[in-house]
Design a protein around this ligand. Structure first.
Ligand SMILES: Cc1cc2ncn([C@H]3O[C@H](COP(=O)(O)O)[C@@H](O)[C@H]3O)c2cc1C
Ligand SMILES: O=C(O)c1cccnc1
Length: 341
């Protein structure tokens, strides 16, 4: 992807100036590999020659899904509020990683089927979506509200980097449905094991998701598709991605589900992808293919299949490292090192 060509980031000459600076650092040409591309992307996102990251915000968007009552997950629906509590208490993987990396952690309840947890941000639309296998997961009004909630949340958060996380039993199903509708690939190529379904479980998930696609076939515009196939957390996250990109914040994408939110945001507001750094390729089967379709090359490939923002947090240190190299490495000229002929 050529980031400088995207309208959201158009900044005449900046890409060439930053590339020139990178190429004159004291190293063989191109020797910092994809860290160089990352530094360039961060510069283009911020529209400056010396990008700098401050007060990174990891937001976990949480919600329940009507589909989780249809046996599409290996785990029960109650796990969503239980994990929200665990995240707030500091015991979830994302809590540990956010703490360790110095990332501010916000849990945004976009529609968990339980009372609002102490310490969660209240962006609740309803206690879980409707069952998308029998009709739209949410109304158009609810989808619009979720988008606006996500935008407003970013306005309230400090800093210039947003790391995406999510929690919602059944949400790989919503992500798979969105992938099918947004890419046009066959459903079977868009569905994975989620939390660990066996082959019979995947067959059941495929059958249920096939029903959801059939019953919601009339949805055409991106917002209609979002409402039909749902995920309050996914639609809210898409709103946050749109607002963050508009403010030139760096968006760090986690796994399969956050990719669904970003792809939805791109469908709603073409160009936002340019603000996105893809942290990792998830072990969720269809993720690699979707990344490829989006022209995204993720930083890490660790066989993660957790979500929560865990992969985004793990990849995070590469971003300040790229900024530091761009800002602080000497050039051949300043260090008196002989460049190649
Ligand atoms: C204990 C536990 C912690 C999690 N943390 C994230 N997820 C992940 O698994 C869910 C998606 O998979 P599926 O569509 O198969 O339900 C999401 O909540 C996602 O964040 C978890 C799942 C479980 C069980
Ligand atoms: O890639 C992800 O985000 C993912 C995969 C499986 C389960 N939960 C999340």
């Amino acid at each position: 992807m050529n980031f400088s060509e995207l309208p959201v980031l158009a900044e005449p000459g900046l890409a060439a100036r930053v590339q020139h600076a990178i190429d004159h650092k004291t190293k063989p040409l191109g020797a910092l590999g994809r860290v160089e591309a990352l530094a360039l992307q961060l510069a283009l996102i911020q529209g400056v020659e010396r990008p700098a990251l401050r007060e990174p915000q990891l937001v976990v968007f949480a919600a329940d899904h009507g589909l989780s009552r249809r046996g599409v997950s290996a785990y029960p629906r109650e796990v969503t509020p239980q994990m929200v509590a665990n995240m707030l208490a500091g015991g979830a993987a994302v809590s540990v990683l956010a703490r360790q990396q110095g990332l501010a952690l916000t849990i945004a309840d976009c529609g968990v089927d339980a009372p609002l947890a102490d310490g969660a941000v209240d962006l609740r639309i309803a206690p879980g979506t409707a069952d998308a296998s029998i009709g739209p997961a949410m109304t158009g009004e609810q989808a619009g509200r979720a988008l606006r909630n996500g935008m407003a949340l970013v306005e309230r958060l400090p800093g210039n980097a947003l790391l995406l996380g999510e929690m919602g039993i059944g949400n790989t199903s919503s992500a798979s449905l969105l992938m099918q509708r947004l890419t046009g690939l066959p459903l079977v190529d868009c569905v994975g094991r989620g939390t660990g379904l066996d082959d019979a479980g995947v067959a059941r998930k495929l059958a249920v998701l096939g029903e959801a696609l059939a019953v919601n076939a009339g949805a055409q515009a991106p917002l209609q598709i979002a409402a039909a196939l749902g995920g309050f957390e996914i639609v809210t996250m898409a709103g946050s991605v749109i607002a963050a990109a508009a403010q030139r914040r760096v968006v760090v994408v986690d796994g399969f589900i956050t990719t669904a939110a970003v792809a939805l945001a791109e469908a709603l507001r073409p160009g936002v992808l340019a603000a996105c750094v893809f942290a990792h390729c998830s072990a969720e089967g269809p993720h690699a293919r979707w990344l490829q379709q989006l022209g995204a090359r993720p930083l890490l490939d660790l066989d993660l299949r957790l979500g929560e923002g865990s992969g985004a947090a793990l990849a995070w240190p590469l971003l300040p490292a790229a900024c530091a190299l761009l800002a602080d490495m000497a050039s051949f000229e300043s260090a008196g090192v002989s460049n190649r002929d």
